[in-house]
Design a protein. Structure first.
Length: 534
């Protein structure tokens, strides 16, 4: 498209704050008036390379408590950066209100334009509007909570000693992935009242359905009466609301040995784990949204004549590097690039809505349009404004549901996707689905499953503990496809749980299909571990 203006906002690589402000206002105009984005107030900070290293070595937060693991990671990343083995992130963005976007001072003006569009508007809109972030995070309170966490842990170090505090932090960090509520927390139940109501309903039902024929049946056919021991176990589990998937929560509330300051540290780590949980479920969508937004804004600036051709060449090179996807047989292949898949799917949604290829601007072939009509029948997106469709997807989906809903046969062919069967007791992979009429649905399901955390993270729950007996904490791992935990990792993690619980811990792996035991790991009274079944 011809430029409507011949004076770009900048022509040099060097930036200054006046130019940054002018560019930001133009980006904001396109983001809000053209794309209709809804964002938190924005705070852009320019930081040095060392500050950028420090930021993403302490999980990307503007302030954090002290822990040796952050320093260890900083030393490693700094060494790699100084030797030229890896670069640094162009930006970091924080899900907070105001939304904080860190930009590297070493970026060129073109890159500052790109990262402001990417982080300050793309990620920002996704953080504010996606249902998972609305449900699980408090953007307005996170910065204040981080200040509290940093100060509280520093006070504990002063009062109780760094070693004792680090011992709790080490154990809590090891359990962060098992320290989240994956569903809404159930309300506290009055178990006594509920049991009385159930018993009354049971007696009423028994009186209504009494049949003297039951008395003629042999004893083996009658309902089994529970023993006193079985009733005690059931009552115990009900009282403790077991099974419990949030191990940190259970330890915080029920550990016999933790002091109040130690419980508060567990609560801090648990809250941080919950804060990051939506990001694990929306990595591809979040990056795809930000990449799509910066791509649209940069081209819109160019079409207005506000970016020169030199800037666009630099942008296209950077954008291509970010979205580059090596082939499966390429030595650089390490999985599907979330930037690539997310951006391609959102471009494809635009194509489906408009019937036009967004890359070439040409209408799609008639057979592709017919295929889209069949594939997305009932979804009511063909012919709709692509902006509204994308904003609805950004608000209401996570990675696996987004793939299930919007991955088209056209894109499956374009990306050359195929499916492998990975059977645990065979030495070779088998190609089971390819990009054809029979394989589209299965490929889409399998790709979505790759982003489903229930398949990618172990299902470990606390199932029992006898508080009046040996106090041994019993955990169960539901094993999928015979994939057991690594022995060394299970051993070390159980020791962390034992440190927080104060007594021995047992972990049993149970096959999901038939309930058979796959393995057993236990700590014993001497602090060593026992392994069975590996």
């Amino acid at each position: 498209m011809p430029n409507t203006q011949t004076t770009p906002l900048f022509t040099e690589a060097e930036w200054d704050f006046e130019t940054l402000e002018k560019v930001f206002k133009e980006i904001q105009c396109i983001a809000e008036e053209d794309l209709g984005l809804d964002v938190y107030p924005i705070d852009i900070e320019i930081i040095s390379a060392e500050q950028m290293l420090d930021a993403y070595c302490s999980i990307g937060m503007p302030q954090m408590y002290r822990h040796w693991s952050f320093g260890k990671r900083f030393a490693r990343e700094e060494e790699l950066y100084r030797r030229g083995f890896q670069g640094l992130a162009y930006e970091i963005v924080i899900n907070s209100s105001p939304c904080i976007a860190y930009c590297m001072e070493g970026n060129t003006m073109t890159m500052q334009t790109l990262v402001m569009a990417h982080a300050a508007f793309g990620h920002n809109h996704f953080f504010k509007n996606n249902c998972l972030f609305k449900q699980w995070t408090d953007a307005e309170g996170i910065l204040e909570y981080l200040r509290f966490a940093k100060d509280y842990i520093a006070q504990c170090e002063e009062k109780y000693g760094i070693e004792k505090v680090e011992e709790i932090l080490d154990a809590a960090h090891a359990l962060m992935d098992q320290g989240v509520f994956r569903y809404q927390r159930r309300h506290k139940i009055n178990w006594k009242k509920e049991l009385e109501e159930k018993e009354a309903r049971r007696k009423e039902y028994a009186a209504e359905t009494y049949n003297p024929l039951w008395g003629t049946l042999p004893r083996s056919a009658l309902p089994k009466e529970l023993s006193d021991e079985e009733r005690k176990i059931i009552d115990r589990k009900r009282e403790l609301q077991l099974p419990e998937e949030n191990i940190l929560y259970f330890l915080e509330k029920n550990s016999p040995v933790l002091k109040e300051w130690q419980r508060e540290i567990l609560r801090i780590i648990r809250n941080l784990a919950q804060y990051f949980y939506p990001q694990k479920q929306t990595k591809m969508m979040n990056e795809g949204c930000a990449t799509f937004v910066h791509h649209h804004i940069m081209y819109a600036l160019y079409e207005k004549g506000l970016l020169g051709e030199g800037s666009m060449i630099e942008f296209v090179g950077s954008h291509t590097n970010v979205t580059f996807q090596p082939g499966f047989d390429d030595p650089r292949y390490s999985g599907i690039n979330p930037y690539h898949l997310g951006f391609e799917m959102m471009q494809d949604i635009k194509r489906i809505c408009t019937g036009t290829d967004p890359t070439t601007g040409k209408p799609c072939p008639s057979d592709v349009l017919e295929e889209d009509a069949r594939w997305f029948k009932g979804q009511d997106i063909i012919g709709k404004d692509w902006r509204d469709v994308l904003k609805d997807a950004w608000a209401n989906y996570r990675d696996e549901s987004f793939v299930l809903q919007f991955l088209s046969p056209y894109l499956i062919r374009k990306l050359n996707l195929f499916a492998l069967a990975d059977v645990h007791d065979t030495q070779h992979y088998e190609v089971v689905e390819v990009s054809d009429d029979e394989g589209y649905q299965r490929i889409r399901q399998l790709l979505a499953q790759m982003y489903d955390l229930s398949f990618n993270e172990p299902d470990i729950q606390i199932v029992d503990v006898d508080l009046l007996g040996d106090r041994r904490l019993r955990l169960q791992h539901t094993v999928h496809d015979h994939i057991v935990l690594k022995k060394e990792d299970a051993s070390m993690t159980l020791e962390h749980i034992k440190r927080l619980w104060g007594y021995d811990v047992t972990l049993v792996g149970v096959n999901q299909e038939d309930g058979t035991q796959e393995y057993n790991v236990s700590t014993n009274n001497t602090g060593s571990e026992e392994y069975n079944g590996y």
